[in-house]
Design a protein around this ligand. Structure first.
Ligand code: ZN
Length: 142
């Protein structure tokens, strides 16, 4: 990584991207599971999951990975990335996931971008400027 030029964001967790890509290639199937997500827990573990598509609002992979991590005792996630099936590459989080990720993990970074060199790691707050905060969180700050 240190040999890369300054144009490349060395903060991108390549191992995490590869973990999500591996799950997308090997576990996504049909219309039910089309996106894989991988998250880096505070203790260094990688947790992976796939979405559970359903027309009633089945959760995206990013949301499933929050629950999967909690089931393993990993309640603090530092970085997340989603990768689409059929070699679609990194997929940015939808609006609902941006809000959920911000509320769960305000300090989280999200890997976005296209291609290999175009990937970058951005704070989740930058993906949701002027974001909504529910009353309990607002009042906690005062
Ligand atoms: Zn989503």
């Amino acid at each position: 990584m240190s040999a890369q030029s300054h144009d490349v964001d060395v903060d991108v967790d390549r191992e995490l991207v590869e973990a999500a890509a591996h799950i997308a290639r090997t576990r996504c199937r049909g219309d039910n599971h089309t996106v894989a997500a991988a998250a880096r827990a505070r203790d260094g573990r990688i947790v992976t999951a796939v979405n559970a598509y359903h027309f009633t609002g089945g959760p995206c992979a990013e949301l499933v990975v929050i629950g999967a991590a909690a089931a393993q005792g990993a309640y603090e996630l530092d970085v997340i990335v989603a990768v689409g099936d059929r070699e679609r590459g990194v997929v940015p989080p939808c609006g609902r996931c941006r809000q959920a990720l911000l509320d769960y993990f305000p300090g989280m970074r999200v890997i976005v971008g296209t291609g290999d060199r175009g990937l970058r790691s951005v704070p989740v707050g930058e993906l949701l400027p002027e974001s909504y905060m529910w009353a309990d969180h607002q009042l906690d700050d005062e």
